[in-house]
Design a protein around this ligand. Sequence first.
Ligand code: FAD
Length: 419
Amino acid sequence: MLALHRAAAATARTPLPGLPASLFRAQLQASALTIKRGAADFTHAVVGGGAVGLAVARKLQQREGAATVLVERHGSVGTETSSRNSEVIHAGLYYGPDTLKTKLCVKGKKMMYDICQKYAIPHRNCGKWVVAQDDAQMDELHKVNEFAKKIGVPTNFLPLEEARRLEPDVRARKGILNSPTTGIVDSHSYMKFLEGDFEEAGGICAFHSPVTRVNPINGGAGGWEIYTKAPDTGEETCITAETLINSAGLAAITLSNSILPAERHRKPFYCKGSYFSYSASGPRPSVLVYPAPRAGHGGLGTHLTLDLGGRIRFGPDVEWVDAPDDLRANGARLPEALDEIEQFLPSIERDAVGLDYAGVRPKLGRAGATFSGGQGGFQDFYIRKEEGFEGFVNLLGIESPGLTSSLAIADEVDELLYG
Ligand SMILES: Cc1cc2nc3c(=O)[nH]c(=O)nc-3n(C[C@H](O)[C@H](O)[C@H](O)COP(=O)(O)OP(=O)(O)OC[C@H]3O[C@@H](n4cnc5c(N)ncnc54)[C@H](O)[C@@H]3O)c2cc1C
């Protein structure tokens, strides 16, 4: 059994590549109470310190005798997609029957509210309106409502009269579907909490440690060699772990392809979403507002979200890009976005809408973001223990609602490894 002293995390929290492997092991052993497990340095290596990797590492570290390392290429957690999103706690309305997205979003939402309440992580259960401006959009709302009823997620149609009283600035010509369990969370506070809780339990974060290659020893049965390279010196370091969890977000397919045989390779797709800020004092609704979902659309339509300070932002739009680091917000679609926003917020001051940040969705295909009756090529999360590779769990295409689902994804990974 390998057991690390709780304080070990602080002592051993050193960038891996800056440290020769032998020294790293020596440091690790010096700070450990007992290391008796096989030859591996760690029980679990999680590649990727975003919201999902953090949740998974924290969960696995809670196992008796666990020694988990979180390997992250940047200098801190959550600097990629997990800090470039809408921070919405999704209700689970859009992802169709029998999908991982529906299962993990609905479960993850509850877990997210529970953990936020328990540990005072800033969040707000502000609710969301999905608005319809014509009959076709109203049909979509009815489909969403029926599906929500089937999976036990609360929704209700709001009388338009009442809606006008509650939010006079919001326009819905045909109808409004209210989702009372939707909310927002401060994703940075959430990730900081996960990181602290993980380390408190003895987990180790290895920052500035880009994983360059991975070697399954005897198909993973003998553990995994994980190689990182120091960005500054180019020095290579190898650590070993009994299990490997690929939670590398936009780079997860590249890592997966470097491990699996050619016939199991996948092509990554990247879908950028630019956000728009709003600087005028009004209108200022207090609820999130989304247009009706559209089949085949890569996102949920240009919507209005709020941050915890009550600031409005619009977006994200949909732009297919070739590279995962194409992160510059693109204003080309601003006029189109303004037209979309004006549909549900007619008194918007167009001049006060400016370019904000962008995030890139890690996609498994050029597919729609909503199930929409199976039209539009909906893609589910890919979360699997890979056949023929002992102890390897692969997480691909963890786009929205990945933040909401993160704690439930962690349970899913634990179940795949130990269930
Ligand atoms: C525009 C947009 C809006 C979204 N809105 C929402 C929303 O409102 N609600 C919601 O629930 N979800 C939303 N999502 C989805 C959510 O942001 C993601 O599902 C979630 O953040 C994914 O977390 P992750 O940990 O898998 O990935 P990431 O946050 O991308 O983390 C992956 C980490 O892996 C590291 N890494 C990669 N390669 C290597 C390597 N070789 N070695 C070491 N480290 C490596 C990266 O540096 C990164 O830190 C949105 C996504 C986008 C793009």
